[in-house]
Ligand binder design. Sequence first.
Ligand SMILES: [Fe+2]
Length: 349
Amino acid sequence: MKVVADVPYAFCFEPVLEGAWMPLPLSVLLNLASKWYYAVSGNKLIIRTESAIYCIGNRRHPMISNTRRAFLSKLAKFAGAPLLCGGGAFGFGSLLERHRVEVERHEIKLALGERAPAKLRALTMGDFHFDPLYEADYVAQCVSIANSLKPDVIFLTGDYVTSKSDRIGEFAGLLSKLCPRSGIFACLGNHDHWSNAGKIMGALESAGVRMLVNQQTRVNCAGGELVVAGLQSVWAGKPDWSLASRGLRRDERAVVLVHEPDFARTLSEDRRIALQLSGHTHGGQVRVPFYGALRLPTWGRLFQSGIYDLDALKLHVNRGIGTITFHVRLFCPPEIACFDISNIGAADA
Ligand SMILES: [Fe+2]
């Protein structure tokens, strides 16, 4: 008699199929989902779960009493439908939707000032969370999609890693293939601050990304001069707009990169900011119909995804590229945001 917990995950399929009570499609679905999750996370809980399924399913298992087997069988029958729905959703979310990148296109009008370009195309990408999955092919695919949109500028909104920066060089190498006409500009996310921010900034700068940490810069693009500022993470750093806005002329309005969207409440008080670009929320990552996001992070609860107007400030929150904790997305695919911006001229500051 095999004991499931002692065999490698690759062989756990067979014992579950022995279970007489479980429909075959559900077995297949649960096993594919659990194998994938075990493979990427090494989570021993999956093996324990499979072991339990085996004990319930295998009526001859010597380690389980008849009374307990009867109880577990009833429980399994009762839980069959929810498991089928849950397993299907988990399989779709983890295997399909997590990599189904959507390009969200927005045509927006902003008063950027007389010196800014009349029109430009800008992209935002963020929340790659390169570790722990290190999905280089997926990041390369996102880079390729971004390049195909032929942007003037690309803005990165932080959280390049989750907790480890040891392979940031590999990630930066992938980003170095981005080729906008006028540059890549980035801020840091809370996870970057917590994972050796200096090393992450150094690697990204070497790959041609201009890091903006409570700083601003002027970008020559599309026949004009665009003011771009970036702030430290609100949660993990000290965002300082008064420092970043030094030298901003009265008739200019800036594009500001700040990882956490809820800081818009503060930034909207300064009319010199035309557009705030943020990420951080992953759009909720898992969204339940008629309910919404299951979980939202600190500083990411007021504005979850998409475009918001706060007085003179326009805010955009992207859903990000990667995932965190449970590597599943449901009704919340990853996003590259593409903005076609028309400059309506002078700011009314
Ligand atoms: Fe974040």
